[in-house]
Design a protein. Sequence first.
Length: 370
Amino acid sequence: PLKETRGTAVIYVLQWRCCNPETSALRNFLTLKASTQPRCGNLCGYQKASSAPWDLAVPEELPAAGTGGKVFSAYFSKLTRERRAVSGPPRSSDPTGPVEHLSPADLFIAVKTTGRYHRQRLELLLDTWISRNMPQTYVFTDGEDEKLRKRIGAHLINTNCSQAHNRQALSCKMSLEYDAFISSGKKWFCHVDDDNYLNTGSLLKLLSQYSHTQDVYIGRPSLERPIEATERPGTDEMKQVRFWFATGGAGFCLSRGLSLKMKPWASDGTFMTTAEHIRLPDDCTVGYIVEALLGVSLIRSGLFHSHLENLGLVSDIHNQVTLSYGTVDNSRNIVNVKGPFSIEEDPTRFRSVHCLLYPDTPWCPGPWRL
């Protein structure tokens, strides 16, 4: 079976950051030391590793220097006081007809990547689906790249987050994705990874079944049961919470109406604070805010796909929202699709999928149709 590992047991130091909206610069505002880097769903204790004061850019509710863990816990208690109970499985998407007419301009698409994958993964996306969706697509990475900057300009967002693939680095990027979406004024926020193919036609068809002013959180869980986590409502208290989350590896979308309600736990760097509060990665933290704090259920959609599933079983390619690829036991995990390119020429099958969807693409060798 496919497993999703969310960390390893190591000693590490957390460097919290927040975003200065005027300069888009990241500033450190707290250093924490934790005993372990847990797997998703575990909680380990932490203590302040320095006496450095809180940065002035954080929300006023956060504690000042020297006030200690009691005030920090009180901050989260204040935010979660009105939380509604969540139970039951996520809702399933069951389109009944368009509710709202949408165009690509209504989307804010965030692609998360890292410097080491700019050539290996990102260039493939730029050649395929991003090439038709550049105006609404923004690439969030962790370092400057002159070649990439020349190609996509201001649509490359250098977050200055760590290049490590850990909870802190992932949450740092997601925090800036969220803030950029809120500032954009767009109707829908959609997050994908750099190993996803996004079919925006299918995405628009799916999202048109909902109003962007409603509370909509749609994607695909990677687990068959809610995740369990531990939060701390008080200094000496520990409370178990259970909630569903859409795996970031398959992509997910949030309506603007719901995103605005997330602001107390997600805006201006507080997303990272929330992630550390429950010791979870970025996609789990989104689910925690939406389901456990706001009481809104995830809408499960089978149109989103990650490398954590058997992609060879995916059919009806032209109606899927996202696709992915990976390797399992030294075997390729890819969609089973015929196309103009061989496996050797197109090991991810993304180029073949793109030519099937858009046969007029100049580099496609012939008229291919689904």
